[in-house]
Design a protein around this ligand. Structure first.
Ligand SMILES: [Zn+2]
Length: 265
């Protein structure tokens, strides 16, 4: 049976290809893509002609918090750009160190961490970075706190980062807390102020005369240490004692990471 010559072509007939977009993701971002897309230099997706670039990128699994420069057809384009069919889109990662204009220049960003990042929160506090964390915060509450207190949300939950109501956020790379810490320091290169914040509650530390707290100390500690700090939030006492070797190593590694990120190491 042959097709009659006078038949009007329908939308699927003829030689015109299905509208599609071609997206080129930088290697640093491919980790977010579905497994079948990760090895491709170019991901092709059907294009309805109305979706914005931001929507297309996020629908492929890449949160916009992780995206830096976007171009469509070789020209810079924002996430709200509606690309034309057949356009090639290039997606680069956010530049490191990331310029956080939402925070005053020279001052460190403050963070709120999701429930899975408690060990990272303690390390950030050790470095003096204001890091809110509670092990029972619901997702909605995290997003709300980020907005209400002007904190950058750190998480490994891409769904959280894609929420429209989120003020500012970042995906934390790394499976272990030490690797996660280095990732955050490399990304933001924040000014550090080690030993100024309580690792347990995020309160600030203030010097306290030994005479005032001597009765609370174990004899060995009382004999050995002279300089003490107390948390304004929970009252916990701190001194840089024999057990802080691991913490000192963390501080040293952190300073090195920030120097490397700033290109001054
Ligand atoms: Zn405290």
């Amino acid at each position: 049976m042959t097709r009659s010559a006078d038949r009007t072509p329908g939308p699927d007939a003829g030689a015109s290809p299905r509208p599609e977009l071609r997206l080129r993701f930088a290697p640093e971002l491919r980790f977010f893509l579905a497994a079948r897309h990760r090895r491709l230099d170019e991901v092709r997706v059907p294009h309805d002609g109305t979706s914005t670039l931001g929507h297309v990128v996020q629908s492929l699994g890449v949160p916009l918090t992780e995206v830096g420069e976007l171009t469509a057809g070789g020209r810079p384009a924002g996430p709200s750009h509606r690309p034309g069919s057949g356009e090639t889109v290039s997606v680069l990662p956010v530049r490191r160190p990331q310029d956080l204009r939402s925070f005053p220049a020279g001052s460190p960003p403050s963070f709120v961490l999701d429930v899975h990042l408690g060990a990272l929160a303690r390390r950030l506090r050790l470095l003096g970075l204001d890091s809110a964390y509670h092990n029972d915060m619901a997702d909605d509450a995290l997003v709300e706190q980020a907005g209400a207190e002007g904190r950058l949300l750190l998480t490994q939950d891409r769904g959280l980062l894609q929420r429209r109501s989120l003020w500012l956020g970042a995906y934390v790379r790394g499976a272990r807390p030490d690797a996660q810490l280095l990732d955050v320091l490399d990304r933001f290169a924040p000014p550090l102020a080690p030993w100024t914040r309580c690792m347990a509650c995020n309160g600030t530390l203030t010097p306290v005369p030994k005479s005032e707290i001597a009765a609370l100390l174990r004899p060995g500690t009382r004999r050995t240490y002279q300089t003490f700090m107390r948390c304004r939030g929970c009252g916990r006492l701190y001194w840089r004692g024999a057990h802080s070797g691991r913490l000192e190593a963390t501080v040293t590694a952190a300073r090195d990471a920030v120097r490397r990120s700033r290109g001054t190491g």
